[in-house]
Design a protein around this ligand. Structure first.
Ligand SMILES: [Zn+2]
Length: 328
């Protein structure tokens, strides 16, 4: 029987229900801790902000989510555990790392540069540790491996990360979910992971809705992997209408069983906070944990997508992605 690692231990895939496969409970970019105006860390306050953000989605039937925050974007396992318990939703957390540009790579780069350590090996060991032993002292095991590449390029670090993730996924069945930047490198990520021998069912190429080209979508889908349209509501990058048109088209030509949808929402970001300029603010007006339920699913229905197809996208596809894992 396969199991899924959640922040409260292993569960049967049948218990997942409606699942958002790429969201963030808390996240913070490297360096926020040196900002003297950073909001002070108050776990109770943070948990309450997250619960308030999740509650409306829970009312729409949300039952599980993948927290796609990698180790170097300030994952907070204690907050995840608290939120999961209080909201009564399953949270699957990630091991893995962010892009060369925006993640925390200095330590590994220094070790590789001075030939003390091999980057791919050390990445693989850290992923395996978090999958099999747990994250830090928490005992919580990661349920997905998050990997990321930058704009129009896969750097040396990112390639080592992809190859290390591939090895860990092959040994454990833990799926790989990805970050692509600006609608680029989806095909290249897919090729590299498949060349390493990862099961295509255990791959979800992310942020695919960042590229409006149907050829781009098909070039990835036709390699047999899953993709996610997971930034609904972030219209700074792409209007939801464009995402919807492509999504409806792909479902219409038979790819229902390989697509997942999500919002890449961040319930609570670390740092001093701030207000976006008015023009940008309008472009994220719908960004929340409920945009899919309030706006996107009705639009799919309106276009003739059936409730049965929506169930495959929201329930069956995440379950299949996460179901490759045998008890460790
Ligand atoms: Zn994300």
């Amino acid at each position: 029987m396969p199991v899924i690692n959640t922040v409260h231990g292993p569960i049967s895939p049948d218990l997942l229900g409606v699942t958002l496969p790429h969201e963030h409970i808390v996240a913070g970019y490297a360096g926020f801790e040196y900002d003297p105006y950073t909001r002070p860390y108050n776990r109770e306050k943070i948990v309450n902000i997250c619960l308030r953000a999740l509650e409306p989605a829970k009312k729409y039937g949300l039952n599980s989510l993948i927290d796609a925050t990698p180790m170097d974007l300030n994952r907070d396992i204690d907050v995840l555990k608290d939120v999961s318990e209080k909201m009564q939703i399953n949270i699957i957390c990630a091991t893995g790392r962010y892009t060369d540009d925006m993640g925390k790579w200095t330590y590994l780069k220094q070790r590789a540069k001075s030939k003390i350590g091999d980057m791919k090996t050390e990445l693989y060991e850290s992923f395996m540790y978090e999958i099999t032993k747990g994250i830090g002292q928490s005992g919580v095991k990661a349920g997905v491996i998050k990997v990321a590449t930058g704009l129009s390029n896969i750097s040396t670090c990112e390639e080592a990360m992809l190859r290390a993730a591939a090895q860990a996924s092959k040994e454990t069945g833990i799926p790989i979910i990805t970050h692509t930047e600006g609608g680029t490198m989806g095909p290249e990520q897919t090729e590299l992971l498949l060349e390493e021998g990862v099961n295509p069912k255990s791959i979800m190429i992310g942020h695919m809705c960042g590229n409006p080209s149907m050829q781009y979508q098909l070039s990835v889908l036709d390699m047999g992997v899953n993709i996610s349209f997971d930034r609904f509501g972030i219209e700074v990058f792409q209007p939801d209408k464009v995402r919807l048109a492509n999504l409806i088209g792909l479902i219409g030509i038979g790819y229902t069983d390989h697509i997942m949808i999500s919002q890449d929402f961040i319930a609570c970001g670390f740092g001093r906070g701030g207000i976006l300029p008015e023009e940008e603010r309008q472009k994220v007006a719908n960004w929340s944990f409920t945009n899919i339920f309030r706006n996107i699913l009705p639009a799919l229905n309106h276009a003739g997508i059936t409730d049965e197809q929506i169930k495959r996208i929201m329930v069956d596809n995440p379950r299949k992605l996460l179901s490759g894992v045998q008890p460790l």
